[in-house]
Design a protein around this ligand. Structure first.
Ligand SMILES: Cc1cc2nc3c(=O)[nH]c(=O)nc-3n(C[C@H](O)[C@H](O)[C@H](O)COP(=O)(O)O)c2cc1C
Length: 341
């Protein structure tokens, strides 16, 4: 079965199947992941991206320590809707025990796979030895990942970076070792930890991992994909099995539709002003249901610039939106524009 449209009728990965993720990806002609992004890719935003063509979703990262201590915010991040499948829960941590236990808690939420975050560059995570800090100690990365693989029946995948810094780009060897202990896919952001988000993502090493004859698991490319042309070009040039998109989807969830439309039809019609308003309002309303009106209105501010990028004379509306406190106010401001019909 090929999923030509934004199908939810995919064949779910089977437990204890060593090729489950490869089989899952083979159901899509041009598989697209929505990258996990803390405080961005919550359920309301994920559903919008899913409806616009993102295929595979991953939760925001969840601290294994917090998860096993039943911290409410972390437990809440396990929530997803059936329509979001295939869905992975991402955990991070720095000890074998906590990661193993957290993976078991995550598995009980019945996602389709468990993803381990070995890429987060944020200081408070790295200082504890979690996230991308592990790139300084590949044997530990392998040992902790193996503990997770052996503790759950679901497929386990890894998301990471090229290496710790410019002098230590060890992803080719790390990927081989992770494959050997049973991970089923690896997503690679083409930057080192020390780059944080600076410079441009280097896909050549992602391509090297993919084209390493020893590698058989799917390799997912990530970093700076912000247009259909780039997605199509990079997938072709580096041979990756799927593309993962993060920041370019913020305020522009149409990026997934744009890529699919270009892939199938070589054209894409950008959304009209009214369609943008409708989508922003849908986002705002569903976010309010999820986290309350006040927080939703506040957090939505970071999305407007991109939702309305390229719209002439939108600036006065955007400035007013920064002071709006209710959904009704936001809606009135968005509709108060000459392009609104
Ligand atoms: C606001 C924000 C939050 C993020 N949170 C996570 C996270 O929870 N887990 C993770 O693996 N990566 C996280 N990332 C990294 C993204 O998943 C992705 O790897 C990175 O943004 C590069 O891809 P892009 O160039 O398409 O944005 C985050 C990135 C941003 C900008």
């Amino acid at each position: 079965m090929k999923c030509f449209t934004f199908a939810t009728s995919f064949c779910p990965p089977k437990m204890n199947d060593n090729n489950a993720i490869a089989k899952l990806l083979s159901q899509y002609d041009f598989p697209l992941y929505l990258a996990p992004m803390e405080e961005v890719t919550d359920p309301p935003f994920r559903r919008i991206c899913k409806n616009l063509g993102a295929d595979i979703m991953i939760s925001e990262f969840i601290s294994s320590d917090a998860l096993i201590r039943n911290v409410d915010v972390s437990l809440r991040k396990l929530t997803f809707d059936e329509t979001e499948r295939p869905f992975g829960i991402q955990i991070f941590g720095h000890t074998e025990e906590a990661l193993r236990e957290a993976a078991e808690v995550a598995e009980a939420a019945h996602p389709d796979f468990i993803d381990i975050n070995w890429g987060c560059p944020v200081k408070k995570v790295v200082n504890k030895g979690a996230g991308s800090a592990i790139l300084k100690d590949i044997p530990k990365m392998v040992r902790l990942t193996s503990a997770v693989v052996n503790s759950v029946k679901l497929p386990v995948t890894v998301k990471t970076r090229l290496g710790w810094d410019e002098l230590n780009k060890n992803i080719v060897s790390a990927a081989e070792q992770l494959q050997d202990i049973g991970i089923q896919a690896i997503a690679i952001h083409g930057r080192t930890r020390s780059q944080l988000y600076r410079g441009t993502a280097d896909w050549t090493l992602i391509g090297e991992v993919k084209n390493n004859p020893r590698m058989t698991i799917p390799v997912i490319g990530n970093g700076d994909i912000n247009s259909a042309a780039k997605a199509l070009e990079y997938k072709d040039r580096y041979g990756v099995d799927a593309i993962m998109i993060g920041r370019a989807a913020i305020g522009n969830p149409w990026i997934f539709k744009e890529i699919k439309d270009f892939y199938y039809h070589r054209e894409f019609t950008p959304p009209t002003y009214n369609e943008r308003v409708e989508m922003a309002m849908l986002h705002l309303r569903t976010a309010a249901d999820w986290k309350g009106e006040k927080r939703a209105v506040f957090e939505m501010r970071r999305h407007y610039a991109a939702y309305f990028k390229g719209i002439t004379n939108f600036k006065p509306n955007r400035i007013r939106l920064m002071d709006a406190l209710t959904i009704a106010e936001c809606e009135a401001i968005l509709k108060d524009h000459p392009l609104y019909v």
